[in-house]
Write a protein that binds this ligand. Structure first.
Ligand SMILES: [Zn+2]
Length: 166
């Protein structure tokens, strides 16, 4: 009934230990993940995780309150776990550059009413993703350059290996 994360780094964080859920807060203050007839009357929700983590806030006993508790688990527990794992790894720029090339090479084209070669709608999104990745690499390159050079002697960022026709 809870939320089990199954994306990147799921194995690394032992995702089975981190099932998140909106626990019901009963009138006597008890918090439970068991939703039965016995727990049908409750006064709010609080984010819980199977690992023992508890959210900071109490939310109303409404559908929105349940969603807010789930969101708190996601933003304040799951994401920090994933970010801690991500900080352990460095992806070389060469890998990202190769990925950007791979994306650009996967583009497919169609012909518009005027007979011009145009990207299909789906591949326009792929090209956008590749361009964002390229911009990220350029930005990182500029950061490195500016740390090692006085601002008035900054080298230009390296040119793109692909033509900038879009
Ligand atoms: Zn957890």
């Amino acid at each position: 009934m809870g939320i089990t994360y199954c994306g990147v780094y799921a194995d690394a964080i032992n995702t089975d230990d981190h099932e998140g859920y909106a626990a019901r807060i009963l009138p006597d203050g008890t918090e439970t993940g068991t939703w039965t007839y016995a727990t049908r009357e409750f006064i709010g929700y609080r984010a819980h995780c199977d690992c023992g983590w508890r959210g900071q806030h109490h939310y109303p006993a409404t559908e929105q309150g349940e969603q807010l508790a789930d969101d708190e688990w996601d933003h304040h527990h799951l994401r920090p776990l994933l970010e801690t794992e991500a900080r352990r790894h460095t992806v070389p720029a060469t890998v990202l550059l190769a990925f950007s090339r791979e994306l650009r090479e996967s583009l497919t084209y169609t012909t518009d009413a005027q007979g011009d070669r145009v990207l299909t709608e789906r591949t326009a999104g792929v090209l956008d993703a590749a361009s964002r990745l390229d911009n990220l690499l350029d930005d990182l390159s500029r950061e490195v350059t500016s740390k090692h050079q006085p601002p008035n002697r900054r080298r230009r960022a390296p040119g793109r290996s692909m033509p900038c026709e879009y």
